[in-house]
Design a protein around this ligand. Structure first.
Ligand code: ATP
Length: 379
């Protein structure tokens, strides 16, 4: 049974269409990210899954049940947002207990002091309090139970927000940019913690972020969204090494993939600046030749560039250059041992690994070159 199924979901606000026809499945226990630039529709899709927004078309199912018309509270989902959404006047213990109090106690039982007069209520409160403590211990905030949210750091507050979600044992976690209020170091630490928590809890997670490195490092599968559409849905490796579209290729990876204008000659060889690239292409004429910075190396039979700037990164060099033939920008990640071979203002010769380089047509779709041609070129 699928964890979450989004089938043909569209959404318009008035005359503005913000989601085209989006389909997506999340398997049980899977961590899926929705990633894309600001305004591409990630949050809208997440809100539709959550039940906070109705789709204009299509269906949402959770654990095999069609929940399209069902309100958020009855969908068995828990949400974690960027702004934590904690109750400022309640302690951490009380914040964590709220979801269980709401679910397990009647309105009468929730009245103040009921626990003192009613043994059943007292027992329920005790159970809730020990679950809150156990959840806090898992998240490493067990010693902060008596503090108020304002007395915590950003990372600790986000742990409370996560705790309030996991304490409900939902079928699905929905997280919308949960780390964007944290500083860079804390963000990296929390990435690992969220993934570990996800594995431990075993529910499925849908995670919205505009940060491609967050999506790539945390997820089992990534949906890259642009202009209200999912351009590609696949594993991080698929997205990185076999992007279906030039926009996907350019969105993932840092520094950005190099895109150079190229031509397929009459023999089917792809030429970049007149030089044979080692790739053969079934599409004649103009194509885009794309290569990631780490797939370039210094080689005497490479393309001629003029080095502009060399950044020393400790484990590698980032070399910014321009091609001699077309004055196009190229960034190469080279080993530090190449340092003496790349001087600002001087020429260099860079070769793209033909096994890793990618070709895209005029419509932006990737063109698959013949594998035999790649191998021949390499040998
Ligand atoms: P961000 O990363 O900036 O949050 P996003 O990818 O999550 O962006 P959405 O918040 O889903 O994007 O918004 C998608 C588009 O829909 C945007 O152009 C936004 O202005 C528009 N939009 C969102 N909510 C509404 C609304 N309630 N009414 C009208 N337009 C809306």
């Amino acid at each position: 049974m699928v964890g979450v199924a989004v089938e043909g979901v569209g959404k318009s606000f008035g005359s503005t269409r913000v989601l085209q026809t989006v389909s997506l499945t999340v398997e049980p226990g899977e961590f899926v990210s929705l990633v894309g630039p600001s305004g591409c529709g990630k949050t809208t899709l997440m809100r539709i899954i959550a039940g906070l927004e109705l789709p204009s078309a299509g269906r949402i199912s959770i654990a095999g049940r069609d929940v399209t018309g069902i309100r958020a509270a009855d969908r068995d989902v828990a949400m974690v947002f960027q702004n934590y959404a904690l109750y400022p006047h309640l302690t951490i213990a009380q914040n964590l207990a709220v979801p269980l109090l709401m679910r397990r106690l009647s309105a009468r039982e929730r009245l103040p002091f009921m626990g003192r007069f009613d043994r059943v209520v007292a027992r329920k409160l005790e159970a809730i309090s020990s679950e809150a403590q156990a959840t806090a211990d898992v998240l490493g905030i067990g010693h902060l139970m008596h503090r108020k949210p304002s007395q915590l750091s950003g990372g600790q507050r986000q742990r409370v927000a996560l705790g309030r979600a996991i304490i409900r044992h939902p079928h699905v976690f929905l997280m919308d940019e949960p780390l964007s209020n944290l500083d860079a170091a804390m963000r990296v630490q929390m990435r690992t913690e969220i993934v570990a928590l996800h594995r431990r809890v075993g529910a499925c997670t849908v995670y919205v972020t505009h940060d491609q490195s967050e999506a790539m490092t945390m997820s089992d599968r990534v949906a890259v969204m642009m202009d209200g559409e999912i351009l590609q849905f696949g594993t991080p490796e698929d997205i990185y090494t076999a992007p279906s579209d030039l926009r996907v290729a350019a969105f993932v990876g840092s520094p950005t993939i190099n895109v150079l204008s190229a031509r397929t000659d009459v023999d089917g060889d792809v030429r970049v600046g007149g030089m044979r690239s080692g790739l053969r292409c079934p599409v004649p004429g103009a194509v885009s030749f794309a290569v990631r910075p780490e797939d370039l190396s210094i080689h005497r039979d490479g393309m001629a560039v003029i080095v502009e700037q060399v950044e020393y990164l400790g484990d590698s060099l980032l070399v910014h250059a321009r091609t001699e033939h077309g004055d196009e920008r190229v960034v190469a990640r080279l080993p530090v041992t190449d340092r003496s071979r790349v001087e600002p203002g001087q020429p260099a010769s860079l070769r793209a690994d033909p096994l890793k380089a990618l070709l895209f047509g005029a419509d932006g779709r990737r063109i698959e070159p013949a594998p035999a041609a790649r191998l021949a070129a390499n040998g």
